[in-house]
Design a protein around this ligand. Structure first.
Ligand SMILES: [Zn+2]
Length: 401
């Protein structure tokens, strides 16, 4: 499956859905800033979810609208929008809010997989920061866990060096790895939406989970028995490994404070980050040496779409709005330009890029910026767009030579 296939579940897409759903409800929300400490007490809340299932969850309240609408965070890190109509009962408790332990989260993920009708037995692998629940066998799950841990360390080290202190994830990070594309498509359709099944993997912003499948399945009839087997098979398909890293980077970014779930993160920025980190480094004996290396498939897309009258996308449009990611003619340009812009800014203007990231980190939850706000904020940090665009294209023309 080509990496060019846009992800079906976009973070910003789900945020837009959330905005639409809750804009009216939360118009007078109490304006909780994304970096305010969340309320500490657990609330037990019973509500009817979007699929008409009645649920009672232990949660903390991230936002409360004047009319009683709630944005809740469950102990598994899942976010729930509850409208006054859906809300049945709300009980304050004396307990302080605690994320599930990795073991508890693993049990919950295994239950979810079974509840969605997946018959293959699951295995749970717990690493320092991740909980991998998989139907692809223990060896593959362990391989995923160790890949994610190496990415985690490289990601944290990169930002520390750049002068941006990130936090450790508060919740153990959930990954569901299905045994093949068919099972993945089945699960993705039920867990999210039918179009999620078309993606090669995705990060679900509401549920905080990454959903992937065994990329070595089907390439060779014998399942990989050792990490060495897996590595040999995957080296033949670097685009596929890039997908796993891409989605895990989204998850790390949203759980370390680089971005905030349900705040208005410009899509070019979230996708640009995932693509900046996605160049695989399968060498487990050393650190992640490929971070910031030219992303050859994205560079190729960038050059092709720039020249194509049908696909080309003005930089101002990319910055002002996320719409191009959802437009079939423009999504290839949207992704590749986002990579090229992020690459350029981190390579040539890293301090400004960090300042810009800090300004985005301060965005409130569930408030959408206008296109004008986005462009103004971008130009406040990086200067006039015309000059920047000229420098950017010049810089990009020298890459990959
Ligand atoms: Zn992405």
């Amino acid at each position: 499956m080509s990496r060019r296939e846009p992800e079906a579940i976009s973070k910003s897409d789900s945020v837009v859905a959330t905005f639409t759903m809750l804009a009216a409800v939360l118009l007078f929300a109490n304006g909780l800033e994304a970096d305010d400490p969340p309320m500490l007490r657990t609330q037990r809340v019973t509500f009817t979810d979007a699929k008409s299932v009645t649920r009672t969850i232990e949660s903390r309240v991230l936002l409360e609208a004047q009319d009683g609408g709630l944005l809740l965070e469950g102990r598994d890190g899942r976010l729930w929008n509850v409208t006054p109509k859906q809300l049945q009962k709300r009980e304050a408790t004396e307990d302080s809010f605690q994320p599930l332990s990795a073991e508890q989260l693993g049990e919950q993920l295994a239950r979810e997989v079974a509840e969605f009708g997946i018959k293959t037995p699951t295995q749970v692998v717990v690493t320092k920061h991740f909980v991998v629940c998989s139907t692809a066998g223990r060896v593959y799950a362990e391989w995923c866990g160790s890949l994610f841990e190496r990415l985690h360390d490289a990601f944290q080290a990169y930002w520390k060096d750049a002068g941006l202190e990130l936090r450790e994830a508060e919740f153990p990070l959930p990954a569901i790895v299905l045994k093949d594309r068919t099972e993945f498509a089945d699960f993705a359709t039920k867990h999210d939406r039918p179009d999620a099944a078309q993606a090669p993997g995705y990060f679900s912003e509401p549920t905080n989970r990454i959903i992937l499948f065994d990329l070595t399945a089907g390439q060779n009839s014998t399942p990989a028995k050792t990490a060495g087997d897996i590595r040999r098979k995957l080296e033949a398909s670097p685009f596929n490994v890039a997908t796993m890293i891409h989605e895990a980077t989204h998850q790390l970014a949203f759980n370390s404070g680089l971005h905030t779930r349900y705040a208005d993160n410009p899509r070019w920025l979230t996708e640009g980050m995932a693509m900046f980190f996605e160049v695989p480094d399968l060498d487990s004996r050393s650190g992640w040496k490929t971070i910031g290396r030219v992303n050859a498939p994205r560079l190729k897309d960038f050059r092709e779409t720039l020249r194509s009258p049908r696909e080309s996308l003005p930089l101002a449009d990319l910055i002002r709005s996320d719409a191009s990611f959802l437009n079939a003619d423009q999504s290839r340009a949207a992704y590749s330009e986002s990579w090229a812009l992020t690459f350029f800014l981190l390579k040539t203007r890293r301090d400004d890029a960090v300042a810009y990231l800090k300004s985005v980190q301060r965005k409130p939850l569930l408030i959408a910026d206008t296109p004008e706000d986005r462009l103004r904020e971008f130009q406040t940090t990086f200067g006039e767009l015309d000059t920047l665009e000229r420098d950017w294209k010049k810089f990009m023309s020298r890459q990959g030579k």
